[in-house]
Design a protein around this ligand. Structure first.
Ligand code: CMX
Length: 139
């Protein structure tokens, strides 16, 4: 597998409105995108830091993945996303090495990226996302 960079870091928050104030007013970043990802039951807000994004995740359903995470662990880092060049091939490779896949095939995530998650039980406790930008937009 070839990871090109950290595409984004996902952070679970209780309130996008409240947390955006911290990222903008204290850290001096600019929220450039808000998007609801219905399938994942989240609202998202994105900030660019170099070529890496920060993705804030607010749950829209307490029984969704982020809702359950906040209930169990509280707010905080939820996942790390690595950019790869060929996500399908990478998933096959990771699978063949015995890592538990959450997504056997890539699906569409925020920003139209092709994404797939690896289970935190296989990755030393860190929910890991692989992603590929097939829109060929600049990072
Ligand atoms: N990071 C680390 N560990 C996590 C975790 C996370 N983000 N989410 C859950 N876990 C752990 C739990 O603490 C729990 O551990 P223990 O068994 O030791 O208590 C275990 O995983 C099972 O947790 P659960 O609450 O029972 O949740 P599920 O098994 O139903 O689901 C997971 C866990 C990771 C499979 C599920 O959250 C998932 O499929 N995630 C991928 C999709 C996702 O997170 N989407 C939201 C973001 C979408 C986006 O970026 O747009």
């Amino acid at each position: 597998m070839k990871i090109t960079h950290i595409e984004h870091i996902g952070i679970a928050v209780k309130s996008l409105e409240e947390s955006i104030k911290y990222y903008e007013n204290i850290l001096g970043l600019k929220c450039y995108s808000n998007e609801e990802v219905k399938e994942q039951k989240v609202n998202t807000a994105f900030f660019m830091v170099g070529q890496t994004k920060i993705e804030l995740l607010e749950s829209t359903d307490p029984e969704g993945h982020v809702g359950k995470f906040i209930k169990k662990k509280g707010q905080g880092v939820h996942h790390i996303a690595f950019a790869v060049n060929d996500i399908e091939k990478t998933l096959e490779e990771v699978d063949s090495k015995g890592i538990q896949l959450i997504d056997k095939k890539p699906r569409k995530g925020a920003g139209g990226l092709d994404i797939a998650f690896l289970h935190p039980k296989s990755t030393f406790g860190v929910l890991t996302e692989l992603c590929e930008d097939n829109n060929k937009q600049p990072y």
